[in-house]
Design a protein around this ligand. Sequence first.
Ligand code: G1P
Ligand code: ZN
Length: 539
Amino acid sequence: MITTVKTHPYTDQKMGTAGLRRKSKVVMQENYIENFMQSIFNVISNLQDKVFLLGGDGRFYNDIAIQKIIKMAAANGVKKLIIGQNGFISTPAGSNIILQNKLNGGFILSASHNPGGINGDFGIKYSNETGGQIPAQLSDKIYQQTISISEYKICLGPDVDLSQLGTQEYCGMSIEVIDPVKDYVELMQKIFDFAAIKKMFANGFTMRFDAMNAVTGPYAVAIFEDLLGAAKGSVVNAVPKPDFGGLHPDPNLVYAKDLVDFMFSDQATDFGAANDGDGDRNMILGKSFFVTPNDSLAILTDNFNLIPYYKDGIYGVAKSAATSTAVARVAKAHNIGYYEVPTGWKYFVNLMDSKRITFCGEESFGTGSSHIREKDGIWAVLFWLNILAATGKTVEEITVEHWKKYGRSYYIRFDFEGVDTAVADKLMADLESKLPSLSGKTFGDFIVSDAAPFIYHDPVDGSSTKNGLIIRFTDGSRIVYRLSGTGSSGATIRVYLERFCAKDILQNPLDMVSPLAHIALDVAEIPERTGKHQADVVT
Ligand code: G1P
Ligand code: ZN
């Protein structure tokens, strides 16, 4: 049943910020998945002893890719695959299964928050035994395989039925189909005070959770409606669809517009939240109120002692360099460790494994803790519900009190999308060489204190990574520039603007960062070089 197939390399299989992510039509090319998976299997030793998790967010091509991976894992002599029923698993639930069961790693089929469907994106994330995505050194090794591959192994058996729970033998490999929801729900029950949250709902508290027709629907219904007693129908867009019902499953002010409009209307519930395609991102809303992910990370960290699982204390906290400095002030106040890493969750994993941090987050709607090694959308929502239940306050009250205590980092991200790759690369290179000359320069009210590339030295594995360019100002404000590493075509220039105010905390964020936006565009010559005078996405 096992055969070896000749193939030719593809040159574009380098993993980005979070695994391999490409247009569906690219991934559907002959042998594309096969080449990539064989390249992974080629770098793993002793496959006969290895057990991997497999599942995806249910997007278009999930079912076909899963069957290919099963057949190739069997042909390569993998001991066992644990697979989510019908091929479904959320990224956080997958990370939990790897950690709890001490698996050797896993494959999550998802392009996260990118749209799905034949004209959308598809992706594969490869996690190791930490339950987090593999480090860059290993993905480089895999990339080397992809550009020289000449054959792959596959089992010629029939497709595997993934609809029934239980264990089966397939082509000499063991397959266990599991309920993707159960273990995750149990983990959440261990972390949060479900009784207190349940009581809050029983007393009339209302919420709306938008699952965006993606993977978290079944998890959210089980947790918020069935266990915690939120009214039936509190979870909307709850049934996962291969094309996400045409939605762009990215929980932010632009793409979760229906939820945002609802939360700013007269019908608003007390609390609103959304998750992304594979369940690792979250957006938090109160009545007519939006909490930025930067503030959310700072607020969760500041309130750790309200959560049963963390009440005995936490290790430090980490954020990506592009994320605002709000959490840094909390870390200082609590006298806990504080780290800044490059963009991408994989950089948090060493810090969690070495017990340097408990919490971490990114401005891109990612928040999480060391309960797993991925960001966790539903965890963040439950954390907020637990805070609200413990304090009896509203989302807005909690956030405004936080700003009063710590000051406020007004924060906006500008994305310039679809830029020619060569133009974007040159823009960043030229900007980098210009940075030293900016030090001490005055732009209106802002004086540059320091301008340099962000270089991270991992305290655990000793590796160094350069990611983005940062201009810092004497008042604590910052401009960060990066190129996106998750797009499937062209380049996206991200410009992150942060303006710190110790006292003036109730202004409009866009107005507050607007002087920084002008500086950012001018210094990098974005309009001249890209022809864009405005960002395509402002979040
Ligand atoms: C984006 C986000 C980053 C996040 C990643 C995966 O990456 O900016 O914070 O970790 O998606 O969800 P980027 O496209 O900026 O490389
Ligand atoms: Zn995601």
